[in-house]
Design a protein around this ligand. Sequence first.
Ligand code: NAD
Ligand code: DAU
Length: 380
Amino acid sequence: MQNKRTLIITGGAGFIGSHVVRLFVNKYPDYRIINLDKLTYAGNLANLRDIEDRPNYRFVRMDICDFEGVLKLMQDEHVDGIIHLAAESHVDRSIKDPFTFAQTNVMGTLSLLQAAKAYWESLPEKYEGKRFYHISTDEVYGALEMTHPEGIEPPFTTKASSGEHHLAYGEKFFTEDLKYQPHSPYSAAKASSDHFVRAFHDTFGMPTIVTNCSNNYGPYQFPEKLIPLFINNIRHRKPLPVYGKGENVRDWLYVEDHARAIDVIFHEGKIAETYNIGGFNEWKNIDIIKVLINTVDRLLGRAEGEDMDLITYVTDRAGHDLRYAIDSSKLQKELGWEPSLQFEEGIEKTVRWYLDNQAWMDNVTSGDYQKYYDEMYKGR
Ligand code: NAD
Ligand code: DAU
């Protein structure tokens, strides 16, 4: 792959995107990194304050649905790679407003693909050296059962296809060959966008890659998602709304480990392949919530566990998927990636970050973060 590249990273002002932008800007000074983001409620340029003045970084406020705008940007900047993260990402919002999810996640991805196709096919070398990398989710595979061998209560030790043993709540994992069975409007829209990306490879020969990752956690996550929402609520002693019985299982990966996987796959992944990304790290929601309460209490000098009574069971999320568990052994074997952090370490780091960055949290919860763009980019 070339030493100099010009990449568009879409959704770079969001949670995962900001970590990917930061990694690429720092690690590849010879690359030009263009962060293309509409700045919806989930986009926050304060997530990138530490790198915003770097010479190899440019922010462009644009909607991925703006085909003409994206095409012109690609022509002007000679873009040879796209890492596509922009999406509506919150399941609860998709239940209330599926149209926005279809518009952004499906039509937005299609518009981006069409712009890339129009630009790259106009060049003499066409698709040579180009790459369209689409970031998707494990939720497209649907939900797994909680199973366990006779007489053994989960979690038990099971063997993933990597051959390694892991604590798990069932014997099955999401593997790359599984059929898509999305349940929420969010995952249905993501599934549709994945199909479009693969169709552009199969029909037009566009060099595409798709990855499906499990739940991410870490700094800069919008506080509508379980972990940052609950850390903030525990701090302020507000109720913790646990959906259903808190028995649902999610498979958690530290966000910087996801960003590292994206770097490896972008540079070394095989064209037209799908890679699952995850750390074999399944947790029931209620168990994570207890860890969060104990950690926040301890770090704030409270008696560990004194805030357990904030746990409040509420009506379950409609269509709530029971269990996600990713088998990432293909990525681990073929490209040598593996997670760098144990969960206990990652959670401690994450709780500390939110407690130490209360100003970031207050800026988001007050809505002030949305004024940042106008102030920062006035006259630029
Ligand atoms: P996020 O909601 O934090 O950020 C999304 C970003 O996309 C925001 O900056 C937003 O402004 C931008 N955006 C939204 N609509 C846009 C549009 N029309 N045009 C341009 N920009 C737009 O999301 P996230 O949690 O960082 O997720 C990023 C990607 O990773 C998504 O594609 C998501 O499906 C996928 N993913 C997320 C997780 C997770 O646990 N968060 C796990 C696996 C995959
Ligand atoms: O699996 C990957 C997906 O993980 C990503 O594709 C999504 O973009 C991301 O939002 C995330 O989806 P989830 O729905 O799993 O994440 P969320 O943080 O919303 O919820 C995690 C679990 O916690 C889920 O089982 C629902 C539950 N929950 C969530 C909230 C916000 C609660 O019990 N109470 C809550 O208030």
